[in-house]
Design a protein. Structure first.
Length: 62
């Protein structure tokens, strides 16, 4: 996975989901090198929008 360093964390998470439909918060934390808290914060924002609503429901239960 090639990640552009100028991308926001939200953009990086969206890109990761475009390449793999199922990812856990822990996997995103490892891939992106950010805190689990930040990953959950961004996922919460994305779930509030239709973009990842169906994809992220299982991740939020961790």
């Amino acid at each position: 996975m090639t990640i552009n360093s100028k991308m926001t964390i939200k953009e990086k998470i969206i890109e990761a989901f475009e390449k793999s439909n199922e990812l856990t918060a822990k996997e995103l934390t490892t891939r992106l090198g950010v805190s689990k808290q930040l990953v959950h914060l961004v996922l919460s924002e994305l779930v509030a929008k239709p973009f990842l609503k169906n994809r992220c429901q299982n991740l939020m239960s961790e």
